[in-house]
Design a binder for this molecule. Structure first.
Ligand SMILES: CC(C)(COP(=O)(O)OP(=O)(O)OC[C@H]1O[C@@H](n2cnc3c(N)ncnc32)[C@H](O)[C@@H]1OP(=O)(O)O)[C@@H](O)C(=O)NCCC(=O)NCCS
Length: 139
């Protein structure tokens, strides 16, 4: 297994993995356009085993004026293929994302949202619960 940046050919597999959260009507070309256009802001990474994409996750860089020039990163879109869970892909993915943040060299904090049942998984990487999340649905 290895961790790498997402490429155009990964899009069909990533679409399948992200259907864990919701299905999209966008075409593969539209999805790749979004990945490419917003790369400076949001980067997708995968874990590959043999020829298969077994996990996906993304990193969002959020600039905050009151922490300028440092950056708050968000880990998002973490999914491991259901059949591949429990084999270390999730650990490789999250560690890979944290390594990317370290290499960027400008982070003061990393945040993520998760279900309570995943808190112990993220706790293994040093994440701690902090406050509550609130949201308002627009669509
Ligand atoms: C959560 C998820 C990413 C874990 O991936 P995984 O590949 O099964 O995890 P790993 O095999 O790499 O496990 C790494 C470690 O975390 C532990 N772990 C895995 N899932 C866990 C969970 N839900 N709660 C607590 N610990 C967990 C493993 O036991 C392992 O511990 P160890 O290293 O001490 O032996 C995966 O179950 C998943 O994709 N779930 C559905 C999507 C999801 O919920 N994503 C998170 C959205 S924020």
């Amino acid at each position: 297994m290895f961790f790498r940046r997402c490429e155009r050919e990964d899009i069909p597999a990533i679409r399948k993995l992200l259907s864990y959260f919701s299905e999209t009507q966008a075409t593969d070309n539209q999805l790749w356009l979004c990945v490419s256009l917003f790369w400076h802001h949001k980067k997708y990474f995968i874990v590959q085993e043999d020829d298969d994409v077994v996990a996906v996750g993304s990193l969002v860089a959020e600039s905050k004026l009151h922490h300028c020039p440092q950056t708050c990163y968000h880990i998002e879109d973490v999914v491991v293929d259901e059949k591949q869970r429990g084999r270390g892909a999730g650990r490789m993915l999250v560690q890979g994302l944290l390594d990317e943040i370290k290499v960027a060299g400008d982070a003061y904090r990393v945040k993520l949202r998760c279900e309570e049942s995943k808190a112990d998984f993220y706790g293994k990487f040093g994440f701690l619960p902090n406050g509550i999340t609130m949201q308002k649905e627009i669509l």
